[in-house]
Design a binder for this molecule. Structure first.
Ligand SMILES: NC(=O)c1ccc[n+]([C@@H]2O[C@H](COP(=O)([O-])OP(=O)(O)OC[C@H]3O[C@@H](n4cnc5c(N)ncnc54)[C@H](OP(=O)(O)O)[C@@H]3O)[C@@H](O)[C@H]2O)c1
Length: 221
């Protein structure tokens, strides 16, 4: 696969590491500030993989769309609107978190989200911790978890050290507490999931697809 890799920072860099360390059968071109993307350049690839900051991805979205190449994007910090995806001519996959293990969490949260069937008085909270350079807060993952819980959820954010991603969901009643925690130990988990999506994206219909739904389908096969 020829990959147009948008951004080779902390996460994009892991994609490169994974390809090189494991001799994966992919080649890549990096587009960043020193090599700005053009429609013509993007078209030389099979798939576009973005780990640009969200605002930069949105600023460049018309160029990316015009290329007509399938897209896998992990850029966060913006909301997907109808306007953003208007006129897509290729399949796109997005994720706020490319961890394949997050699917297991999804299933667990699905169970917790049924709390209202058993309890009248309870609360949910999410605490997320990330490195100090993360630009958005709360994290895209915390917001996705809140959607999965589908209830009132108080979210708190902490920025410290080089924490890759630590999410803790707590369900509390007067007399019991359930805690669910997902810790990312290496950014390679995002690179792995993103490359998995790059393999799948070309077989999808034109339009925007959610990574979680795609990989959940695989989990529940
Ligand atoms: N979905 C997921 O699983 C997942 C996982 C981790 C991170 N993320 C998200 O991925 C994004 C990137 O995170 P990161 O931690 O890898 O960021 P990062 O280390 O800051 O890397 C950002 C990359 O984007 C490039 N860039 C920044 N501004 C640019 C511009 N104006 N034009 C062209 N290139 C530009 C940088 O290139 P220069 O060196 O040229 O500035 C760098 O290569 C964030 O939105 C983050 O939340 C998603």
């Amino acid at each position: 696969m020829k990959i147009a890799l948008l951004g080779k920072g902390k996460t994009g860099g892991k994609v490169i590491e994974l390809i090189n360390d494991n001799n994966l059968p992919h080649t890549y071109t990096v587009f960043d500030r020193s090599n700005p993307m053009t429609v013509e350049q993007l078209r030389l690839h099979d798939v576009i993989l973005s780990f640009l900051p969200g605002d930069v991805f949105v600023d460049n979205i018309e160029i990316i769309k015009s290329s007509g190449i399938p897209v896998v994007t992990g850029s966060t910090g913006f909301k997907w609107t109808d306007e953003l995806i208007q006129g897509l001519t290729a399949p796109w996959v997005y994720a706020t978190n490319f961890s394949l293990g997050m699917n297991l969490v999804h299933e667990m949260i699905n169970t917790l989200s049924k709390a209202r069937n058993l309890f009248n008085d309870y609360s949910f909270s999410i605490h997320e911790v990330h490195h100090t350079k993360k630009l958005d807060a709360p994290s895209g993952t915390a917001l996705t978890w809140k959607d999965w819980v589908n209830d009132d959820v108080e979210i708190t954010s902490e920025r410290t050290g080089d924490v890759i991603g630590d999410h803790i969901l707590t369900f509390t009643t007067a007399n019991e507490k359930i805690t669910l925690r997902h810790e990312a130990l290496d950014r390679k988990i995002f690179a792995e999931g993103a490359l998995w999506a790059c393999e799948k994206v070309r077989d999808l219909n034109i339009g925007l697809h959610n990574f979680q739904s795609l990989s959940l389908k695989e989990l529940l096969k």
